[in-house]
Design a protein around this ligand. Structure first.
Ligand SMILES: C[S@@+](CC[C@H](N)C(=O)[O-])C[C@H]1O[C@@H](n2cnc3c(N)ncnc32)[C@H](O)[C@@H]1O
Length: 415
């Protein structure tokens, strides 16, 4: 890794959101899946993650808007703790309202050299003092920020795999009311495909259900809350999403016992029947649970403890939508996709945990699938409500009991 010059010869000029920057050629490091890149890439840059970066720009600018009256955020201090090529930091600096101070950190020394080259390449936009560079393990950087009381307004955590070991120290390094953006790419673990790894990494029982991606989000949020509580802090999920091969949450950090108790009321378990897709979320007191399905009496599976409260703050999501509408497509290339997702997110949270995957239910019943709009209409006619979920295009969130939903689907099939 010492001979940086030989690596520099492999760099190509790229462009994202109107910013030109050096990166290694992602096409040479494609994995079989087409969405993930090989870890052998000398400094990580995945063009598919443009969506992750763009939604992050929107999330942080919307946060800037809602925090305008807070003195701690007059200068927005951002720690991009796993900066890789630095494209996220540079795009953030260019997009956010000044004054903004950015710390770009990465454990990989070569990444720091590339970030420096990218700052130099964009010298007409950024000066050396705007983005400070660090080459540390993010955990030690966070502890150092905490010890020196150099607290941050926003911390971005974007690791390979699980973010588990970074969350607690990040919570200590952030101002109260600050925002932490956390990516997790260990989806096989969070979605219940590797249950023992989930116990090991999160101390939580996963649940491989028909709504496993939502369970993954709820596990990560609960885990973050559990890291905050020992410090008398609590979390507020502002925006949570699942996309491609990763999930990402934006949580706000607050202080106080009343809020911690509220977090605990939003924590619990989800019980699920493998045979008939019946589900129930309950709080932390397992005495209130049933372990057999009330429809078919099969033994229920369960996951938890996990977050059973809201995944988003709807006022904040509305602010994100306004911020996005005011942004140029040249700066936020996936503007259309983000707008679609945020508009779905605004309504999906009004329902109990767990979406209904209509195709899976119809497969289970061995029947054909009716048009989603017709299913929605029938649900409303019965006095229930339903909305799409951003997590699965063929799924819906609803307060209708599964038996009644099945009746609707069977009726359509019989017609
Ligand atoms: C997925 S990449 C980050 C991508 C980047 N945020 C972006 O948007 O392009 C993960 C980065 O984390 C760095 N990293 C891995 N472990 C780390 C640690 N303990 N502390 C800081 N950085 C670390 C890696 O070198 C890599 O550059």
């Amino acid at each position: 890794m010492e001979d940086f010059e030989t690596y520099f010869q492999q760099l190509i000029i790229n462009e994202e959101g109107g910013i030109r920057f050096y990166s290694f050629d992602s096409k040479k490091y494609n994995s079989n899946t087409g969405v993930a890149l090989k870890k052998s890439m000398p400094v990580f840059y995945n063009p598919i993650q443009e969506f992750n970066r763009s939604i992050t720009l929107i999330a942080y600018k919307a946060f800037q808007h809602i925090s305008e009256s807070d003195k701690n955020f007059e200068i927005l201090k951002i720690c991009d703790s796993m900066a890789a090529s630095g494209i996220r930091s540079i795009r953030l600096f260019e997009f956010l309202k000044k004054p903004v101070q950015i710390m770009a950190n990465d454990l990989n020394p070569l990444a720091l050299k590339v970030i420096q080259k990218n700052i130099d390449l964009n010298s007409e936009l950024i000066s050396k003092s705007d983005i400070e560079l660090f080459n540390q393990d993010a955990r030690f950087l966070f502890e150092d920020l905490h010890n020196k009381r150099n607290l941050q307004s926003i911390i971005d955590i974007d690791p390979f795999g699980t973010p588990n070991i970074f969350i607690e120290s990040a919570i200590k390094a952030i101002f109260l009311e600050g925002l932490i953006g956390i990516t997790a790419t260990d989806t096989a673990v969070l979605f219940g495909v590797r249950p023992s790894a989930c116990f090991r990494k999160y101390n939580i029982k996963s649940l491989r259900s028909t709504f496993l991606k939502e369970v993954g989000l709820r596990i990560l949020i609960y885990y973050a809350a559990s890291r905050a509580h020992p410090y008398m802090n609590y979390i507020e999920p502002m925006l949570s999403f699942s996309s491609d091969h990763y999930i990402r949450i934006f949580i706000r950090i607050h202080k106080g016992k009343t809020g911690i108790n509220k977090n605990l009321r939003n924590s619990g378990y989800i019980f699920w029947c493998r045979k008939c897709d019946w589900r129930l979320s309950i709080g932390m007191d397992l005495h209130k649970s049933t372990f057999s399905c009330p429809i078919c009496q099969s033994k229920l599976d369960y996951g938890g403890p996990l977050w059973i409260g809201p995944l988003h703050n709807s006022e904040y999501v509305e602010e994100c939508i306004r911020t996005l509408e005011d942004s140029e497509k040249s700066i936020i290339p996936s503007k259309k996709k983000i707008l679609k997702i945020l508009n779905i997110i605004l309504f999906e949270d009004k329902f109990p945990p767990g979406y209904f995957d209509i195709h899976k239910i119809c497969d289970m019943l061995n029947i054909s699938v009716a048009k989603t709009e017709l299913i929605f209409e029938s649900i409303r006619n019965l006095g229930y409500n339903a909305a799409r979920t951003h997590i699965e295009s063929r799924a819906m969130k609803s307060n209708i009991p599964i038996e009644k939903l099945k009746e609707i689907l069977i009726n359509f099939h019989n017609k």
